[in-house]
Design a protein around this ligand. Sequence first.
Ligand code: SAH
Ligand code: SF4
Ligand code: F3S
Length: 467
Amino acid sequence: MEILQNSSYPTEQVAFAERVNQLLKDKLDHRPKACVVTYGCQQNVSDSERLKGMLCLCGYEMTEQTDEADLILSNTCAVRGHAEDRVYGNVGALKHLKRRNPNLIIGVCGCMAQQQIVVDRFKKSFRYVDMVFGTQVQHRLPEMIYRVLQGEHVYETSLPNDSIVEDVPVRRDGEVKGWLPIMNGCNNFCTYCIVPYVRGRERSREPEAVLQEAREMIAAGYKEIMLLGQNVNSYGKGEAHGVNFAKLLRQINAIEGDFRIRFMTSHPKDCTTEVLDAMRDCEKVAKHLHLPFQSGSDRILKQMNRHYDRAGYLNLIKEARERMPQLAITSDIIVGFPGETYEDFCETLSLVRSVEFTSLFTFIYSPREGTPAARMDDPVSRAEKGKWFNELLKTQEAVTSKTLQAAVGSTQRVLVEGCADTSGFLVGHTDGNLSVEFAADESLLNQLCTVKITSYDGILRGEYISK
Ligand code: SAH
Ligand code: SF4
Ligand code: F3S
């Protein structure tokens, strides 16, 4: 891993990385290995690619195996209780590795590490964890490893809300599909959500930095670029450069090359007709919109502080489909928000039936300490919420097979990602992220091509048309 000339990655971190390289050489009789374990959303997956980049700069080679690693870093998620419980369990299980290898460095970072209550628990009950650091100081990883190697316990959990540090070295996991973070943080404070507290205020990257990274990825052969942010539609808000999300999409679309652009997540309140027009006009932008609505009940949407209502959401869907008849729409839903009644939940069900989403990400409400919803009355039992949840899954199952059937006969852009189990068949994903199998030559691997969907028998099958 090398730092490019003119990089704005802080020189003191590069110097720390050099010192870590040397210290590890002196200390270990082999090339050091590091393992990064990632929990949570794509933002975290993308952050982990930068953590890996910095680890490589420090001289580490990456491994997937915790038991052969000299450094294990868990990049955590705090969005639901279940995610946190998994981290406590898995980090707890690392204790025996540390006993076997006292040189092992164990770190915990990411969204959980930004909560005081979590940090206190690590300080008290997980003494063998050498470093705990939050989302906004992770670019200082070389310095933190250096301090651990000097015998320190490192706890860096402030949330300075500084601007995003550019040019952090990155070691990407994939070679065809890549993440491109365009912003960080969130200003929306939906009442159930911990993200604004653990990621800080919304900050957008400079358009030129985003475009430069996109150009580099395309030159390196990436065929799909996923633009990431908690609320991409508010990209650039309040910035002097005047490039909003719609303009950014058009600028990335104008980069030469055969590639596809995706983005997530869109918040309905900021999804403007200007964004929908840009999606329609830009041939490289996948006709897929992930537009979480969370609840179909106006009363609950208000309590969630979502700033739109059911009618507004449905109108947005209508406007989007008018512009892009083949648009695939997916969404997120929370079941059992505090005070939600079965009648409220039925409004969610009816919205699911009427919109016909390609697929859904559904969650049972999980109280997050420090958020307003955690202090609201929550009389419905977990068991009851579980029943509603199953009803929702069943409803969507029927909708999903209907939308898959409806895709038969359509012509789609497909990114070929692998070979199917049946020989001579390839598998790829459409714009709407539907998996499709079709017969074609292996030379099409990792390429975009046009496929006609011909049948559905549990799997979508198609016929290769052209490149
Ligand atoms: N920024 C994105 C979502 C980020 S979190 C957006 O606004 O759409 C991803 C999803 O997790 C959310 O859409 C929501 O459905 C779910 N979620 C967030 N907090 C939750 C909680 N406390 N309990 C259950 N689900 C939650
Ligand atoms: Fe959480 Fe709402 Fe921000 Fe999404 S928009 S990250 S749900 S606060
Ligand atoms: Fe989880 Fe943090 Fe993402 S809380 S969902 S990893 S922004």
